[in-house]
Design a protein around this ligand. Structure first.
Ligand code: G6P
Length: 598
C-alpha cells in the first residue's frame, strides 16, 4: 500500500525520489506524487496512475533540486485521482506533507479547520495534517511537528517540508514504519527498507512517536517530549540482488524458485546460536495450555497448517483470522500464548489483533519476514523468517518460511513440555530432506493443468486434515493472480452442498498426502468423477486410478512435513495460469502486498 520517500543531499532529489517510488511500486498503489524545494517555493507534481506517468510529467521540471518528499498512494479516503494523490500542500502552500496510515479523527479536525475558514483541496484524511501544521501557533517547526502527536488519532508515518526551511525534512511516526537511511550522498527517508538497499550504507528504524529532523548536514532524533536522542544506525545488511528481478520474467517466478533457500535459511535461523526460541520464557512454554495463531491471507493459511501440526505435538492450537480476532467476543484462555504471523509485519488487522492480545496480558510471539516492521516493535518475542524480501503480491517463499518457523516452534514447545533435549530433535534433518526434494522438483504436468484451468469455469481444491490447509492456500494463490473463481473445501464436505456445482466445466484439484486419509479422499474423487468434472490429484503415493485425469506426482518426505512440498506445484500452477491468461502475476488487480488499512 502507500509508500513514502524523502531525500536531502547532493544528488538530484527528483531522481532519487522517483527511483525510490519505483521500488515501492510492488506494494500496490494508484497514484504518485513529489514535492521539492524549488526556487524558494514548494513545487508539487502529482498524478493518478503509475510512477512512470509521474516521471513523464516531471520531465524538464524540478532541475537542480536537492530536497523533497514523494509518495505512492493506495486510495482509502477519496477516490484515486490527481487531487487526492499525495503530497498535500497547506492552503497557503507553506507546508507539504506525505502520510501513510489513517487519521481516525480527521473529520472532527477538518470540521474545526473549516469553521476557521480553511479550504481543503482533497477528500483525504491526510490533508488535515498539512492544514494543522500551517495553523499551528507553536514557535518552532519542531514543536509544530511534536504537537501533531497530541492531536492526531490513528496511525501515521509523516514526512514534512516547511517553506523557508530549505533542504530540511521533518518526520514523525506512530504505528506505521519510517526508516532513515544514511549515505555519503545525503539522507533518505523511506517507509520500506527495500527502497534504501541500493542507496544507503546504514539505516535507522524510527521508534514509536519519534521525531526526525534532517537537514543538509545531519539528522537529529527527538522523543515525544522533544528530548534529543542518539541515533544508533544499523549497517545495511540487504543486497541489491535481494530485490532485483535477475533473469526471471517475474518476481513471483524468482520467489517460487527461492522456496528451498527460504526454508533452508529459516531452519538455520531456528538452529542458530541466537536461536529465537531460547528467548521465550521456559515457564511460559511449560505451562502453555492454549496457543492462538492469528494472521491474514497466506499467513493465516500457514497458521492453519501449524494448527494441524500442533495437534500431532499434543498442543491445543486455534487459528483465527486477524480481522475476526479483533471483533469477536474475547475469551481469555488459561495459560494462553498468541502467535501472530505476518510476512510484511505491517498488516493493520494483524497489528490491531496483537494489541488486543497485549491489552489482555497474553504473551505475544510474532513470526515475521521484515526485521524493520511495526509488528516487531510491538511484540514480546520475535521469530524471524528468512525468506528475504518478497516483492510479488502473492506470497510464496514467505509461506514456506512461515510453516518452517512454525514447525520449529511446535517442536520446541513439545520438547520443553516433555522435558526432551531440543538438540536431539530431528526436525532439522527432516526439513533438510524437504529442501533437497524441492531443489530437484521438476513441476511435471503443471503447464498442462494450467492450460486446462484457463479454459474452465470453476476450480475447486479439496483435501482432508492438513491437506485442507494446503488446498486453502493453493486456492488463494490461484484466485489472487489469475482472476479465476476457485474455492477450497474439506473433501468430506463436498457432498454436503458443493457437489451441486460439480459438472464437466469444473476442475477439482485433490491434495492427498496423508496415508491414513488417502482412501477416504479417493472416495471423494469417485463422487466428483461421476459428475463429469476433471480431476487432478496431487500426491506422493503411486496410484493407478481411472477416475484421476491428471496425476501431479510430488516427492515424498516425512508425512507431517508434506505441506512444504504439496504447495510447491500449486504455487507454480497459479503462476503459469496467470501468465497463460496474459496477466502480470506480480501485480494482481485490487490487491496490495501489505494491507496497512482495515
Ligand atoms: C494481503 C496480501 C496477501 C497476504 C496478506 C497478509 O492480503 O495480498 O498476499 O497474504 O495480506 O500479509 P502479511 O504481510 O500480514 O503476511
Amino acid at each position: 500500500m502507500c509508500g513514502i520517500i524523502g531525500y536531502v543531499g547532493n544528488l538530484s532529489a527528483k531522481e532519487e525520489i522517483l527511483n525510490g517510488l519505483k521500488i515501492l511500486e510492488y506494494r500496490g498503489y494508484d497514484s504518485a506524487g513529489i514535492c521539492c524545494f524549488y526556487k524558494g517555493e514548494l513545487k508539487l507534481i502529482k498524478k493518478k496512475g503509475s510512477v512512470d506517468t509521474l516521471s513523464q510529467v516531471c520531465q524538464g521540471q524540478l532541475k537542480d533540486v536537492h530536497c523533497g518528499i514523494g509518495h505512492t498512494r493506495w486510495a482509502t479516503h477519496g477516490d484515486p485521482s490527481d487531487k487526492n494523490a499525495h503530497p498535500f500542500l497547506s492552503e497557503n502552500n507553506s507546508v507539504a506533507i506525505v502520510h501513510n496510515g489513517i487519521i481516525e479523527n480527521f473529520e472532527s479536525l477538518k470540521g474545526n479547520l473549516q469553521k476557521q475558514g480553511v479550504r481543503f483541496r482533497s477528500e483525504t484524511d491526510s490533508e488535515v495534517i498539512a492544514q494543522l501544521l500551517q495553523k499551528s501557533k507553536c514557535e518552532s517547526e519542531l514543536k509544530k511537528v511534536q504537537e501533531l502527536s497530541n492531536v492526531l488519532v490513528g496511525s501515521y508515518a509523516i514526512a514534512i517540508l516547511f517553506k523557508g526551511l530549505e533542504n530540511q525534512i521533518f518526520a514523525i511516526r506512530k504505528n506505521s514504519p519510517l526508516i532513515v537511511g544514511k549515505s555519503p550522498n545525503g539522507y533518505y527517508l523511506s517507509s520500506d527498507v527495500n527502497a534504501l538497499i541500493d542507496k544507503t550504507t546504514e539505516y535507522h528504524i524510527m521508534d514509536e512517536d519519534e521525531i526526525i529532523w534532517i537537514d543538509n548536514n545531519d539528522c537529529y532524533a527527538f522523543d515525544k517530549n522533544l528530548q534529543a536522542k542518539e541515533i544508533v544506525y544499523k549497517k545495511m545488511d540487504l543486497d541489491k540482488q535481494d530485490i532485483s528481478i535477475g533473469n526471471f520474467e517475474h518476481y513471483m517466478l524468482k520467489e517460487i524458485m527461492q522456496v528451498p533457500t527460504a526454508i533452508k535459511l529459516t531452519i538455520n535461523e531456528c538452529d542458530s546460536m541466537v536461536n529465537p526460541f531460547t528467548k521465550l520464557p521456559k515457564d511460559m512454554i511449560k505451562n502453555l495450555k492454549h496457543l492462538t495463531i492469528v494472521g491474514c491471507g497466506t499467513a493465516f493459511n500457514a497458521g492453519m497448517t501449524a494448527e494441524h501440526y500442533a495437534r500431532e505435538r499434543e498442543i491445543i492450537a486455534e487459528c483465527v483470522y486477524a480481522s475476526e480476532y479483533r471483533y469477536r467476543k474475547f475469551l481469555k484462555q488459561d495459560n494462553e500464548v498468541c502467535v501472530f504471523i505476518s510476512q510484511s509485519g505491517e498488516t493493520a488487522d494483524t497489528i490491531e489483533a496483537l494489541k488486543i492480545a497485549k491489552e489482555h496480558q497474553i504473551p505475544t510471539i510474532v513470526i515475521t519476514n521484515v526485521a524493520t516492521s511495526t509488528i516487531n516493535k510491538l511484540a514480546d518475542y520475535i521469530i524471524p523468517t528468512k525468506a528475504g524480501p518478497e516483492i510479488a503480491v502473492a506470497s510464496t517463499k514467505a509461506y514456506n518460511a512461515q510453516i518452517t518457523a512454525l514447525y520449529n516452534l511446535m517442536d520446541y514447545i513439545y520438547c520443553i513440555k516433555n522435558k526432551i533435549n531440543c538438540r536431539t530433535c530431528i526436525l532439522k534433518d527432516k526439513l533438510y530432506d524437504v529442501v533437497d526434494k524441492l531443489e530437484n522438483y521438476k513441476f511435471d504436468n503443471i503447464e498442462e493443468l494450467a492450460q486446462d484451468i484457463v479454459n474452465t469455469e470453476r476450480v475447486f481444491f479439496i483435501g482432508r486434515g492438513v491437506d485442507y490447509a494446503t488446498s486453502q492456500e493453493a486456492s488463494l494463490k490461484l484466485k489472487e493472480i489469475s482472476n479465476i473463481h476457485s474455492e477450497s473445501l474439506y473433501a468430506g464436505e463436498l457432498k454436503h452442498g458443493t457437489l451441486a456445482l460439480i459438472d464437466e466445466n469444473t476442475i477439482v484439484i485433490v491434495i492427498a498426502t496423508q496415508k491414513n486419509l488417502f482412501d477416504k479422499t479417493m472416495n471423494s474423487i469417485y463422487e466428483i468423477k461421476a459428475r463429469g468434472a476433471k480431476v487432478a490429484l496431487v500426491t506422493q503415493f503411486n496410484i493407478d486410478c481411472e477416475a484421476v485425469d491428471m496425476l501431479i506426482k510430488i516427492p515424498t518426505t516425512d508425512q507431517m512435513l508434506m505441506p512444504e512440498i504439496s504447495i510447491y506445484p500449486m504455487q507454480m500452477l497459479a503462476y503459469k495460469t496467470a501468465v497463460l491468461k496474459g496477466l502480470n502475476p506480480d501485480k494482481p488487480r485490487n490487491l496490495a502486498k501489505s494491507v496497512t488499512v482495515e
